[in-house]
Ligand binder design. Structure first.
Ligand code: GLP
Length: 260
């Protein structure tokens, strides 16, 4: 059921950059600063991480900072947003594989401190698995930082249009546009899973700091709706407008459609 939030005071904060590289560096440096700050306090930095093409530049810069500027990931505890269901962790399309390739194998993060939903088992037991994933995040005090991309239908994580703002980690059905966009990675539409495990909109909204990164022309239409449209479950990313700790980070192409 579609739900809207009526609010007169939204907290929209926009960070606009000339190109994808500048936007990615901005995000990477915020993450690095948080990691260093937590290290000084001898506390873990609990990071919510995302996959897709969008965060690749962020991870590249974090790897550079690790190699050249001594940034250590030893005190990082990470939770990924989502994973296709079912999929084997070693499949090249899995987010476990993605995170290994694009970040984890290049830095000193402790494997036991990384969390990505595992989905190579039958649906029986999934509800408990999701509850445990959610509980683990909350037992650490929630995410210190959440990195988000956005789907062309406005999804965050795999919270598709219609996802409740109170949703938590759960099994979800993938939207047809999401499956269409994943077709290239899987080779054909029938190979794209129909389901996924995703942390919920509420799980995301509890993070102490949230940055949604959107790059490129193909995100410009949905960014106009997410930033300037009504806050509605039909565009899950629009919920971020109501959160004071959430910011949008766009390159010039993704910002092209913004009317105000
Ligand atoms: C997938 C992921 C999302 C991601 C989105 C956009 O659906 N589950 O977390 O934000 O894709 O992907 P891309 O960055 O490749 O456009």
């Amino acid at each position: 059921m579609k739900k809207n939030i009526q609010t007169t005071s939204t907290h929209k904060k926009l960070n606009l950059f000339q190109d994808a590289e500048a936007a990615s560096l901005f995000v990477a440096h915020q993450i690095a600063e948080l990691i260093r700050e937590k290290e000084k306090q001898a506390k873990p930095a609990v990071l919510g991480l995302a996959t897709g093409n969008t965060p690749k530049g962020v991870y590249q810069e974090l790897i550079r900072l690790h190699r050249n500027e001594g940034l250590s990931f030893k005190n990082v505890i990470s939770f990924n947003l989502d994973e296709y269901y079912p999929i084997l962790p070693d499949d090249q399309q899995s987010y476990t594989y993605f995170m290994r390739q694009y970040l984890f194998k290049h830095v000193d993060i402790k494997p036991e401190q990384t969390h990505i939903p595992h989905t190579d088992f039958s649906e029986e037991g999934i509800a408990q698995y999701c509850q445990d994933y959610e509980d683990k995040i909350q037992s650490l005090g929630g995410m210190d930082f959440q990195l988000l991309g956005i789907g062309r239908n406005g999804h965050i994580g795999f919270n598709e249009p219609g996802s409740d703002f109170e949703s938590k980690t759960r099994l979800v059905n993938l939207d047809s546009l999401t499956r269409e966009d994943a077709k290239a990675a899987f080779g054909s539409l029938d190979k794209v899973p129909e389901k996924a495990i995703s942390v919920g909109v509420q799980t995301i909204s509890k993070a102490k700091k949230i940055l949604l990164l959107a790059l490129g022309e193909r995100k410009s239409e949905i960014m106009q709706q997410a930033i300037n449209g009504e806050i509605t479950t039909e565009v899950p990313a629009s919920f971020l407008q109501s959160l004071s700790q959430a910011e949008f980070v766009l390159d010039a192409s993704a910002a092209r459609g913004l009317s105000s």
